[in-house]
Write a protein that binds this ligand. Structure first.
Ligand SMILES: Cc1cc2nc3c(=O)[nH]c(=O)nc-3n(C[C@H](O)[C@H](O)[C@H](O)COP(=O)(O)OP(=O)(O)OC[C@H]3O[C@@H](n4cnc5c(N)ncnc54)[C@H](O)[C@@H]3O)c2cc1C
Length: 552
């Protein structure tokens, strides 16, 4: 017999969990369907760094940061660069989302037990003018407990709803079709996959052992993006970023397969901005991988020198942590798919953070003792030191000549010339003596260190790269790492999905990455960071609340 409920949510990631808990708390019945096993509940958010975009928060104020809705909206619009007819709903979502981030987001989470690490990070710093790309001020609030800490409140609410019978999980159920009656979506059907006790994040079996059908008045698609499927990434790769890279590493598990996007399109949904995506250029191959092609993104502080494959320093303002897609565009324009950081032990110690809950056991484990060691330890945090020792992309040497020859050996070429690199580093090093300088990156370091948070834990004291007292020298080969999908299903502010005829499809809602985090592309072309988890919270909440109202 076909099971009938009020609402079906496809996807037990953060967006799906938020939507489902809102529905259950509104007294309606909801079934959450996920192709993965119970051990993977929470999807990508579990693996995330837990960074959240908040505006004018008490944490910012305590650190002397003056932020406001107007400043944040100016940054968002300058970053998004909305320029298409299809940007009508994304722009409305952007305005609403920035208001959420400046308003009830923090208190809503706090009431559920969510807590924030007190030093606010400064991601995507831009470097153009006030109306251009980037955060004017630090806004990246790291969840105390990282990814698991953001999933926790919603998993707890879901488990409570499960106990009182309002919420049911169907794990290892893969949706293959959205069902429609008289133009309205009213159910899903698909395959039951064989049980698999594989560890969270690892690829699970796709062997089909049965089928299923579920019926409901509303279906919410919260199935994530396409980052784990490199063929889809390449198919949708925009011309403005050059040719799609031949070699990429994956910043997301394999279940981020984008399959449900095609299934939802087949039901008539309108997918917009599919050429907008957010991939990183500071990817390193994980020496201890969990998922296929597993890569980790370095969240770099501002001091490393950045060179392209031929050894030319990246132009201003493409410094570490300034403009992710500007860097991607530049690198793809060089004809090579990789680039290099050159830095010192003093820089790696203070400035390298690795994105991912498992790479930050101190913050993930909520250990103050371990976290304080970040500031007081001689070496970098243990996971960073482990990469330095075991990572295929890391080279450590005592002098520049040896470093450059090892870099050439790793790249399998002789593109890098020692004299060329040395001249550029020495020129930069001569700028370190004065606190007022010409070199834009060094100027940037002085600016960063005027922010107490950066001075404390994020920006090394300016020093000469070739000063042996700050050595050894380190080079890191940086790869392109796939992560987020910025386009998605066009939705109104209630997360209701539009059809290709521009009319709302009755019964169909979308949230999270599948909805471009709201509207079909709330970020426009670029992101300010910490906006993805936040986008899941906001769009999942809107979808859940609206769906609960819609079912009688
Ligand atoms: C390492 C890492 C670090 C990150 N750090 C940050 C950060 O600090 N700040 C930030 O804002 N963002 C961060 N992100 C991004 C953020 O975590 C994701 O964008 C977000 O969690 C996506 O959530 P989602 O619910 O939309 O999708 P997902 O988490 O992908 O969940 C979708 C679920 O749908 C299921 N599914 C898919 N298709 C089907 C189908 N056909 N049938 C049934 N089930 C299906 C999948 O199995 C999955 O469980 C990070 C991501 C990663 C991987």
């Amino acid at each position: 017999m076909t099971e009938v409920t009020d609402v079906i949510v496809v996807g037990g990631g953060l967006a799906g969990l938020v939507a489902a808990t809102e529905i259950a708390d509104a007294g309606k019945r909801v079934i959450v369907v996920d192709q993965e096993g119970e051990q993977s509940l929470g999807g990508q958010a579990f693996w995330s760094f837990g960074g959240l975009f908040l505006v004018d928060s008490p944490e910012q104020r305590r650190l002397g940061i003056k932020d406001s809705y107007d400043l944040a909206l100016q940054d968002w619009m300058g970053t998004a660069g909305f320029d298409r007819d299809d940007d009508h709903w994304p722009k409305r979502w952007a305005e609403a989302y920035v208001a959420f981030a400046a308003g009830e987001k923090r208190d809503w989470l706090r009431a559920m037990g969510h807590r924030i690490f007190p030093v606010v990070g400064w991601a995507e710093r831009g470097g153009y003018d006030a109306m251009g790309h980037g955060n004017s001020v630090p806004r990246f609030h790291v969840t105390w407990g990282t990814g698991p800490g953001i999933v926790e409140p919603f998993e707890r609410r879901a488990r409570e709803a499960q106990k009182n019978g309002r919420l049911t999980f169907r794990f290892r159920h893969r949706v293959d079709t959205l069902m429609t009656t008289n133009g309205a979506v009213d159910g899903v059907s698909g395959s039951v996959l064989e049980p698999d006790s594989v560890e969270r994040g690892k690829s699970s079996s796709r062997k089909v052992v049965g089928d299923f059908t579920l019926r409901a008045q509303v279906v919410i698609v919260a199935s994530g993006g396409i980052g784990g499927n490199h063929d889809l990434v390449r198919q949708n790769w925009p011309e403005r970023l050059g040719e799609p890279p031949k070699f990429m590493i994956s910043g997301v598990p394999e279940h981020v397969d984008g399959r449900m996007i095609g299934i939802t399109e087949a039901a008539g949904a309108r997918l917009i901005n599919r050429d907008r995506m957010w991939h990183y250029v500071e990817g390193i191959q994980n020496w201890n991988p969990i998922w296929p092609r597993h890569g980790i993104r370095i969240l770099p502080g501002p001091s490393s020198m950045w060179f392209d494959a031929s050894g030319k320093r990246l132009p201003a303002p493409l410094f570490p942590g300034s403009d992710t897609l500007g860097q991607l565009q530049y690198i793809m324009g060089t004809g090579y798919e990789y680039s290099w950081f050159i830095l010192t032990q003093s820089i790696i110690k203070k400035e390298f953070a690795l994105s991912g809950s498992e790479q930050n056991p101190d913050l993930t484990g909520k250990s103050w003792r371990m976290t304080i060691k970040r500031a007081t330890n001689k070496g970098a945090p243990a996971p960073v030191e482990a990469f330095k020792k075991n990572g295929a992309d890391f080279i450590v040497r005592d002098n520049l000549a040896d470093l450059v020859s090892a870099m050439n050996a790793l790249a399998g070429s002789d593109l890098l010339k020692h004299d060329h690199i040395k001249a550029q580093i020495e020129a930069r090093d001569r700028e370190i003596t004065n606190p007022y300088v010409k070199d834009a990156q060094v100027m940037n370091l002085h600016n960063a260190r005027r922010y107490i948070g950066d001075k404390l834990i994020r920006t090394a004291k300016p020093h000469r790269i070739l000063d042996p007292d700050h050595g050894p020298l380190i080079a890191v080969k940086l790869n392109i790492l796939t992560r987020k999908t910025l386009g998605g299903f066009e939705t109104d502010l209630d997360s209701r999905v539009f059809g290709t005829d521009r009319q709302i499809i009755r019964g169909l809602y979308a949230a999270g990455e599948a909805a471009g985090f709201g509207g079909g592309g709330v970020h426009g072309y670029r992101s300010l960071e910490g906006t993805f988890l936040g986008g899941c919270l906001f769009s999942g909440r809107n979808a859940g609340r609206a769906a609960a109202k819609a079912v009688g």
